[in-house]
Design a protein around this ligand. Structure first.
Ligand SMILES: Cc1cc2nc3c(=O)[nH]c(=O)nc-3n(C[C@H](O)[C@H](O)[C@H](O)COP(=O)(O)OP(=O)(O)OC[C@H]3O[C@@H](n4cnc5c(N)ncnc54)[C@H](O)[C@@H]3O)c2cc1C
Length: 403
């Protein structure tokens, strides 16, 4: 294998594999590195929301995903009080109105194989320890067991997810992940409702729990909480998960069911609004750029999209022969133009989850006024632009006034 590339991509999750796929498909010489060997698991809810589906189709993998995953078009949200609102995903202009749940063990491997088929050089089990940039390019320092090696590339993409170690080593200061979450798979569930459940009852607040069905009898179940600094020090994703499992709704759901595999926890970074997205000759994609929705926790969609945006911008830079800071700033501007309003809006709405009384008011209101969840879902799925200067209070008032 050559040791010199146009682009080196670190991390072969959805963000890295998407970037590798779109670059390699266009004939760019790409190296894709991951410290894991594939197939590898990634702790996740495994939910592919409608926003993720068009780009999976573009990558040519949607037809391989839908026969495995379970298509669901209904979501139920429970307030801390236990009151619920259930609604169907409305018709969307640019995406199907259903979501799919597919284990990351399978999804990420499928995406990686697609990038390799397109021509990317992949090396697994390779830990990237550092990136050094100079006037000609980037030196990627890797470790594989006891063996150290270097690769050269004109540009690098960092797609390392919530882990901030590599970012810190190259002088990018990223905040510590602000959410921790844990999940486990359950099988033999007797009466699993055919919809997504997003629950604020029986969880450590501020936080949430979920039940994402994988089949009529199996589900990915998890819970997470937002670190506010006020929680007791012993609070962890595992204790949040255990408390969710002990809640009335989940205990009844899981009577007679069995856990399959181990409980796994992982942090989540949702700080795109203030996160750096580039450094000299380096572009950040996916969760490495804080691209996980602070309200809903979805990040696979943004990982795939930002991988494609970075790939297209890199092709443009390579064509021009211009890798200057101004070009990197343009990449940042493109990401902000696309996501900043959505992240600001989602952050604002998610602050409601810090306040159980607000949730206890909002959920019955949404149940009584179906237009409210419809507006929110359209915004969160990218079908309607997030209002620039609108507070959640104004949305509620606006919806209420039209009824
Ligand atoms: C509990 C939980 C539930 C979630 N549920 C959902 C959900 O239902 N739907 C949704 O859309 N999103 C969900 N998310 C968010 C989603 O998992 C992430 O946003 C998504 O995985 C980000 O993709 P990525 O490609 O940026 O990073 P990742 O998928 O994290 O991939 C990063 C890759 O980089 C590799 N890597 C890291 N450091 C190095 C290094 N130094 N050298 C080499 N390789 C390295 C890792 O091995 C990994 O393969 C959830 C997250 C958590 C924690």
């Amino acid at each position: 294998m050559s040791s010199s590339f146009d682009v080196a991509i670190i991390g072969a999750g959805p963000a890295g594999s998407s970037a590798a796929y779109f670059l390699a498909r266009a004939g760019v010489n790409v190296l894709l590195l991951d410290k894991a060997t594939f197939p590898r698991d990634k702790t996740c809810g495994d939910g592919l929301i409608p926003r993720a589906l068009p780009i999976l189709a573009e990558m040519g993998v949607l037809d391989a995903i839908t026969p495995h995953g379970w298509k669901l078009d209904t979501l139920e949200v429970s307030a801390p009080s236990g009151r619920t609102v259930r609604f169907t995903i409305p018709p969307l202009p640019h995406a199907p109105n259903y979501a799919v749940v597919m284990p990351r063990l399978e999804l990420d491997n499928l995406l990686l194989q697609q990038a390799v088929k397109a021509g990317a050089d992949f090396r697994g089990g390779v830990h990237v320890r550092g990136l050094q940039t100079d006037a000609q390019g980037v030196t990627v320092q890797v470790e594989q067991g006891n063996h150290a090696e270097t690769f050269r590339a004109t540009l690098a993409i960092v797609a390392t997810g919530a882990s901030t170690a590599l970012l810190t080593s190259i002088g990018i200061s990223a905040p510590k992940p602000n959410i921790v979450a844990a999940r486990a798979y359950f099988e033999d569930i007797q009466s699993l409702p055919p919809y997504f459940q997003f629950r604020f009852d029986g969880v450590v607040l501020p936080g949430y729990g979920w039940v994402f069905p994988l089949s009529p009898t199996a589900a990915n179940i998890g819970a997470g909480f937002i670190r506010t600094g006020k929680q007791a020090h012993h609070q962890s994703a595992q204790t949040a998960f255990n408390s969710f499992l002990q809640s009335y709704a989940i205990k009844s759901l899981l009577a007679g069911a069995k856990q399959a595999g181990t409980l796994r926890s992982f942090p989540i970074r949702t700080d795109f609004a203030t996160a750096p997205t580039y450094a000299s000759r380096v572009l950040l994609v996916g969760e490495a750029a804080g691209l996980v929705n602070p309200l809903t926790g979805d990040g696979i969609d943004f990982a795939l999209e930002s991988g494609k945006i970075a790939a297209e911008h890199i092709r443009h830079m390579l064509r021009l022969g211009d890798v200057s800071p101004a070009q990197l700033q343009t990449y940042d501007t493109m990401l902000r133009g696309r996501y900043q309003d959505l992240f600001r809006f989602s952050g604002q709405v998610s602050r409601w989850s810090l306040n159980p009384r607000a949730l206890n008011t909002l959920v019955p209101l949404a149940a009584a006024r179906p237009r409210l969840p419809e507006v929110l879902v359209n915004i969160l799925l990218g079908a309607k632009p997030a209002p620039e200067k609108m507070s959640i209070l104004r949305i509620v008032k606006g919806v209420a006034s039209r009824l």
